[in-house]
Structures are given as C-alpha cells and as structure tokens.
Design a protein around this ligand. Structure first.
Ligand SMILES: *[C@@H]1O[C@H](CO)[C@@H](O)[C@H](O)[C@H]1NC(C)=O
Ligand SMILES: *[C@@H]1O[C@H](CO)[C@@H](O)[C@H](O)[C@H]1NC(C)=O
Length: 877
C-alpha cells in the first residue's frame, strides 16, 4: 500500500511523470543470477550474449558426489553450443546446492539428449527434485524430444526459496536398468513475486491462492499478435515469449491489431512494468473488422497440457487500437476450457485509458481423464452489453502448471506425432460443414474464406514500413504471415496432434546457429558474385564455406530493400528450424545484424531437379533416379503435410524447388519462404497469389480453397515433368500444348500418354511401373482436391512403382517403347481436337500465357503480380 501511495503522489506532480516513467522503465535487476554450463571448459557465451560459467570446480557442486563430465558427440545443426554441447552425467543421485537470497526464482533446466560417450541415449531416464518439489519423474529427454520432434528441451519453473539454499537433485530412474541422469545447463534468476495472488477458479464460484508454497512450471508464454521475444527482450528476468500463431485453432485467426507507430505504453500506478515487456502490450490480436463474421466464431487458442493439475492462465491486455478509448466500445466473453471465465471483459473499463496495460489471472483445474488434454482459450464478442463493436482483443498470455498437493509438477510424456492417424482422420472427416470444428467451412462461407485466404498471403507490415506510412492512423488490419502453416483444412485442424505441452518453451530458443555478419562475409568471400547460386524475391543466394572450409553452405541474403519484414524473417527461422527431415533442405542458422537478414542452409551440390531435365548441359537422369528423386520429394511433402505440428502447405512445389545434394538425395526447399519480392504492392490483393503458373491447383482459383491437395496437384505436374522432360508451361508450343498438365491429361484421355514421354526414356520404363506412375500423376491432377490422393498415397504408389521397375530391370523384359519415333513430341497438335481450354481456369490461363506478352518468360520467372491480372481478365470473360 505504501508503494501505491508514493506512485499516486508522483502521478499528481505532472512534472515528475517523465521521471516516474524512467524509474519504472528500468528492468528488474535480479539479485541472484546463475548461469551454469554443466561440464563446460571455462566461461562461454550463449547466442544471446549471456555469459555462462562452468560447474567444474564450482561452489555449487558439493564434494564427494559421483558424476562425470561429457561432451555430446554430435552437434545437430539447430543446437546452440552453450549450454547444450557439454553435460554432467550421473549414475547415482546427485545434488547441486545453490546458496540464494530468499524469494522467488526462475529455475531453468536445459537438456540435449545426444549421445554421450559410453551412455546409451535411451537410458537417460531420471527424476529431478528442487527443494520439496518434484519437477520431473521418470523423465526421458530423449523420448520427449523424439515425440515432439525437437532437438533439445528446456524447462522453466518458479520456486520460492525460503531457507537461503536451493538443492536441485538428479536421480536416475529405478525402473530403468542402467539408467543415468544428465543435465546440460542450469539457470537460476530471481524474480519479483508477480504471479502470487488470488484468482478466480474457473467453472466454480471459488477462488484459488498462489502463495509462497506454490511452485509453478511455465508451459506457454506468448506475445499474442506479435513476434517471439528473446531473453534479452524481456524485462530482466530472461523469459522467452513466443508468437501465438502456432496455437490458434483453425483458420479463424483474427487479425493483428495495428497501432500508431509512436505508441507509448504507460504502465499504471501500482503495476511494475517488468510484469511483461512493452513489446507484449504493443501488439495484439483481435477478431477482425466485420461484426457479422466476429459473431459467428470464437477466436480460439489451444494448448496441450498434462491433466490432473491446476493451471494459472494469465491474460495480458492493453487497448492499442487508436479509436478505442471509451468504456463499452469493445466488450467480450472469455472462455477457458469452455467455461465462462469472464463474461464482460472490457479493457478500457479495467484501465480507464487506452495504451495502459492490465493483466487478469484465472485458475482452471483439468481432471485426469486421460494423461494429456488441450486447454482451450476462446474469445467471443459480448452482445448483451451492446458494445460499439463486436470484437475481442488479447495481447499476451502465460500459462503455468501449479504443483499438486504433494508438491509434484511432473506429468506425462507428450504424445508422439501419429502420422498415420492424421492421414486417416483427414480422409474420414468431412471437408467443410457438418463438422463442429469447421469454423470456416461452415459458419463462415466462401466469400469470407477468400478474405482469410488473402490474409495468408499478406505479410506483417514491418516496423520499417510503418515508419514510411507515418500518416495512417486508422486501425488497419495486419495479417499474420501464415504462409508457413496454413491449417486452412478444417479436418486437419481437428486431427492436430498433442505435441507441445510444457516443452514448448524450447521452440523460440531452438533457432539454429547464430552467425555474425563478419562470419557470413568471410564464408562468401565478401559476397563474391562468382559465388552467386541464384536470385529470388528474397534476395541473392551464395555458395559459402563455414567451419574453416569444412562445410559447404548456401547463404541466402535478404534484400535489405525488400518488403519482407523482420517479423516474417523471424517467423521463418522459427518455423524452419522446427522442421527437420531427410528430404527437406535444412536451415543451419541465420544472421541478423543491423539491416542484414541472412539464412544459412545446407549446400545442394547437384542443384535443382529442373537442371537435370531440360534446357541443360547435364546428362539425362535415368528413369530410376528420377523416380528416386520424386519419392524423396514426396516424402518431404508428406512430412510437411502430416508430420509437423500443423499441416504445412508448401504452395510452390515445382522442379526448381526440389534440390539434389551431392548424393542425389532430393530435398524440398523453399517451404514457407514467401516469394513476395520487392515488387509486391500491398494495396492490391491481386499481387499476392502465391505459386508458380503451370503448377497451380485450378481449385485454388475457383474456390479460393487452399489445402494440402494443392501441393498434390503441383506434384502431379512434377511427375509429368520427369516423364516428359518439358517445362510445366512452354509458351512457345502450340496452344493446346502450352500447359503440361492440360496436355498430359488430354494425352491420357486419348490413350497416347506413352507418346509424349521423354525420348531418352523410351524403351526404358517397365510398363507396370509406367502405368502406376502415370495413373498417380493423373489422379494428382484431378480437378477437385478431394478426388486427389494424399501425399502419403502418392508416396506409396511411387514406392510400388520403383519396385516394379527394379524387378523389371533385373529381368530386363518389355519396356514402354511402343512410341513411334517419327512422331516427335511437339508435333502432336494434329491429333488434338483443340477443345481443351474450358475445362479449368488454369487451362484458360495457360492459354493466355501463350500469347505474345508473356511468351518469352519462363514459367517460373513469372511472379503472381505479373500474371494475376490475366487471371482476373479471364474470370471476367
Ligand atoms: C464459443 O465457445 C463457447 C465455449 O466453448 C461456446 O459455448 C460457444 O458456442 C462458442 N461460440 C461459437 C460461435 O462458436
Ligand atoms: C504445492 O506443494 C507444497 C509442498 O508440497 C504444498 O505445501 C502446497 O500445498 C502445494 N500447493 C498446492 C496448490 O497443492
């Protein structure tokens, strides 16, 4: 109370306001700050520039305990050296003892489940206790990381220390023979008691106290409507904040609230501004500009959690829309786990002013019906209060698990990703309406879906851009860059897997290796043009060498003038670093310095698949090699569709995005990398069509419906491309042949598919193999997405096909060679009735592309903006 009066007094003296702000704006200065890099060789710095000390010879390691220090034998590319590459390994119980000032501490534990010499990675099963609390029980970092598809794991707890010492004990599991425990890093940082207090117990009339005896585990911490915030961007407590897009349910993602560029957040008297950083309050998500739409859905997030625990859900709010300044302008309901937590949330009513932060705490208990469950947060406009706007807003969110009465915080192993389940579900569930989760398909009809679809292509307007448009003070809707994971497919959203849980924290720090700009310059010989591999909308790609020339890499340097914002760049890194698959190009790391935005990838020695098919000096690929490459690419795409947390739609599958490494292993590239280049004009929706003509799903135009089946369509074109060795779009050919998809489908229909194959392959393809591949390709090109096979089916068929080819190659019998050589590929027009162009819009499009203006442009050189106007014209005909 005393403090509050002082603040009040100061506020009265307006000349002190500035001073107050300066005083309050200072970060929290933690009294205890221990960064212990276990097993390290001396002091090291992490990617955020923080210094870590070694535990070797440290005062926290009591004498007489048995342990060994070990180096991980392999550094996976995404794993930072500090604190992950060294470990302390224990075969018996081991205790670290930290003398600390009394009060609350964040205890953060870092695990890299790698091979440590003489230890079987699967036997690392153990418990961790801190003071009177059980943090982890029968914990296998290896199983956890495997199930979550993470390379490393970090955990954060908040514990009140009374006695002046915190003992952290590692105990190998008694249930696993030869088990051991290990730890890579321990971080202890004091924090002010900002989470204590009495909260409403949702679903009851009761309340719940968080007191000094309560330990918390942070399971989610999100900057809603904004970007990840690194440990240094926090208020001195080194908390990490993630973006929220990965947790939004369905396609009804709402919009990020755009604010004035010069927004100043003022923390109210009595609320210290270290509660959450300004960045959290500056950005928000709301439902969108159209009341009728907002009434039809809940803005929903879901979080995989352990059951049998209570959770503290802290919601951060700050009204940042310039035109909302009064009470009853925006009033909404908050549901937590389908119970009303707040019927009439009105941020201005809570804060009296706009741009003033406030947070609200709720506790919800999740009974243990099954080991894990989703915790739902939903917002919906309140109509009863008759507010000016039917809308809702949220700026930030933290979810903590609360210890059970016996002091336990340990929960169940997160569920593994069930690829097969996802595929089956996507087949079984209806596509749009009728499904209770079909928010877009059902409640919001086609036209609206179009709006959302457009949203996927618009990028965050970066801060830099905001500064350019000084005078626009309206609320404009910034759409988030969902280019990375559109879960537009409502049935897929239903089939989501429980993959994050309390381990989600590791995601933002899992960003791969950080390179300095100097390192990048050295790696590319100062961006030597002789090392240029290619150039795209994002910028130029160079060949580079890192680690003293030991590793060849491809370095993609963002064009500093490009509209591609910093935010999008970060989202890309965050997303790409989570996707790891043998058939996806992997991101090794990144460099972000001043205005530089650089991504570092594996180097692909054999370039693109296209370079080995046509218009090339390279030797033609054998049929088997082409099949192997397609199987690889199909498997990469199947992973994007089903293996990651969300269904990820590539949107730009083509032969130049299938890369080949030095062993001819196919890797899908450019997934999620937006191609919106410098020419992109945000004022025209028409410029943001994504994808390459010749490969585009016709349904995507007709219904604005983007699903993973759009990738299947493009892959069908790729299959015909390897069969025919001609471009997807060749404007120089006679009209009916311009589009490969159209031409191949027609040839199939009239039974002449064998006549358009690459002359080099004649006589080399086993007929059964040919039949399976062509039938699969034809099915991929089905007009309607639901008629197309899944990527899994395609993969399966191609695997069958290659086996048939192999058995034929051994037996060397009949091959497809019925093609008469006097009828070359380009001379087929006389056999065609010429009446093909009306079947799909893309057919019409390709015909137009055959016209003069674009005839000389290679299909991939065409950006959406170049040709979208053509589509519009066609639609209008
Ligand atoms: C929003 O969620 C609440 C709680 O689950 C539910 O009762 C309500 O029907 C939902 N509203 C809509 C429009 O989906
Ligand atoms: C948390 O654990 C402590 C220690 O066992 C216990 O005293 C406290 O009651 C527990 N809190 C809750 C909410 O059960």
């Amino acid at each position: 109370m005393k403090n509050r009066n002082i603040y009040f007094l100061l506020e009265q003296l307006s000349c002190f306001v500035l001073l107050v702000h300066v005083v309050l704006a200072a970060n929290y200065a933690p009294r205890d700050k221990i960064l212990l890099n276990c097993g390290a060789n001396g002091e090291t710095s992490d990617i955020d520039g923080r210094k870590w000390i070694t535990d070797i010879g440290s005062k926290y390691v009591p004498p007489g305990m048995n342990s060994i220090v070990s180096d991980a034998t392999l550094q996976k590319p995404s794993v930072p050296i500090t604190p992950y590459m060294t470990a302390r390994v224990f075969s018996s119980e081991y205790t670290y003892s930290f003398p600390l000032a009394s009060g609350r501490k964040f205890l953060r534990l870092y695990f890299y489940p790698a091979d440590y010499p003489n230890f079987d990675v699967t036997k690392g099963v153990f418990s961790v206790n801190a003071g009177q609390y059980t943090l982890l029980k029968n914990f296998s970092a290896y199983d956890t990381a495997t199930n979550l598809n993470y390379d490393f794991i970090s955990k954060e707890y908040s514990i009140n220390v009374e006695s002046g010492t915190l003992n952290v004990t590692f105990t190998p599991s008694r249930d696993t023979p030869n088990s051991y425990a290990f730890i890579n890093g321990i971080e202890i940082v004091s924090h002010p008691d900002i989470y204590a207090g009495t909260s409403m117990l949702v679903g009851t009339f009761g309340s719940f106290d968080i007191d000094n005896f309560t330990a918390l585990e942070n399971v989610y911490r999100l900057n809603v409507g904004g970007q990840a915030i690194s440990v240094n961007g926090d208020t001195g407590m080194y908390r990490q904040w993630e973006g929220d897009t990965a947790y939004i349910f369905g396609t009804a993602i709402g919009v990020s609230v755009d604010t004035d560029q010069n927004i100043t957040i003022s923390y109210p008297a009595g609320m210290p501004d270290y509660v959450a950083p300004v960045d959290v309050y500056e950005t928000a998500r709301s439902m969108g500009p159209t009341p009728e739409i907002n009434l039809g859905f809940n803005l929903s997030w879901y979080f995989d959690v352990d059951t049998g625990f209570s959770y503290l859900v802290r919601l951060h709010f700050c009204e940042v829309a310039p035109d909302i300044t009064k009470i009853n302008q925006r009033v909404f309901e908050i549901f937590i786990n389908n119970e009303t937590a707040q019927p009439d949330a009105d941020v201005i009513a809570w804060t009296t002013k706009s741009k003033v932060p406030v947070y609200k705490d709720y506790v919800v208990y999740l009974p243990s019906e099954s080991p894990r469950q989703d915790l739902w947060l939903k917002l919906h406009p309140n109509t009863y209060m008759k507010p000016n706007r039917f809308d809702a807003i949220l700026n930030g969110l933290e979810i903590f698990k609360i210890n059970s009465s016996d002091g336990n915080l340990a929960g169940a192993l997160p569920n593994p990703i069930q690829k097969q389940d996802i595929i089956d579900l996507s087949r079984v569930l209806p596509h749009d309406s009728g499904n209770k989760n079909g928010i877009i398909g059902g409640a919001i009809g086609g036209g609206i879906a179009a709006i959302f679809l457009v949203g996927f292509f618009l990028c965050f307007v970066s801060r830099r851009r905001k500064e350019k448009n000084q005078n626009s003070s309206d609320v404009t809707s910034n759409w988030i860059p969902l280019s990375l994971y559109e879960n537009t497919h409502s049935s897929i959203s239903t089939a989501k897997t429980n993959t994050t849980g309390s381990y989600a924290r590791s995601a933002p720090s899992n960003l791969g290796r950080h390179f300095s700009f100097a390192e990048i310059k050295a790696a590319t010989n100062n961006f030597d043009e002789a090392r240029l591999l290619g150039e795209g909308g994002f910028g130029k790609v160079y060949k580079g060498e890192i680690d003293d020339g030991k590793t060849e890499v491809a370095i993609k340097r963002g064009n500093p003038l490009s509209d591609q914002g910093v935010n999008e760049f970060r989202t890309e890194i965050e997303m790409l670093s989570k996707l790891r698959h043998r058939h996806l190009v992997s991101l090794i790391g990144y460099c972000e310095e001043d205005t530089e935005m650089i991504l570092v990838y594996d180097y692909m020695a054999h370039g693109t698949l296209r370079e080995h098919l046509y218009k090339t000096q390279n030797l033609p690929l054998t049929w088997k090699k082409r099949l192997e490459i397609c199987i690889g690419a199909a498997s990469g795409l199947n992973y994007l569709h089903t293996g990651a947390k969300h269904t990820i739609i590539h949107r730009d599958v083509k032969t130049t995005n299938i890369l080949l490494d030095k062993n001819w292993v196919a890797k899908v590239s450019d997934f999620g990398l937006s191609k919106t280049g410098p020419a992109m004009d945000h004022s025209h929706v028409s410029t943001v069509v994504k994808g390459s003509f010749g490969y585009l799903d016709p349904e995507y135009y007709r219904r604005q419906k983007l699903t993973e089946k759009s990738d299947v369509y493009s892959f069908g074109v790729v299959l015909f491309e390897i069969l025919t060795a001609r471009p997807a779009l060749d404007p120089a050919l006679p009209k009916e042949q311009v589009s490969l998809a159209e031409w191949a489908l027609h040839s199939h229909k009239v039974g002449m598919l064998d006549q358009i194959i690459d002359p080099y392959l004649r006589g080399k393809i086993a007929p059964e193999c040919f039949k399976i591949v062509t039938e699969t390709a034809v099915k991929c090109l089905a007009d309607v997405g639901t008629d197309r096979p899944s990527m899994w089916d395609v993969l399966h068929n191609l695997n069958t096909a290659i086996k048939l080819q192999e058995s034929r190659d051994d037996g060397s019998a009949n091959m497809v060679d019925e093609v008469s050589d006097e009828m070359p590929l380009n001379a087929k027009s006389k056999n065609i009735d010429g009446n093909l162009t009306d079947s799909t819009i893309s057919n019409g499009l390709s015909t137009t592309l055959g016209g003069q203006s674009l005839a000389t442009v290679d299909s991939d050189g065409l950006t959406g903006s170049d040709v979208f106007s053509q589509i519009m014209n066609l639609n209008g005909r």
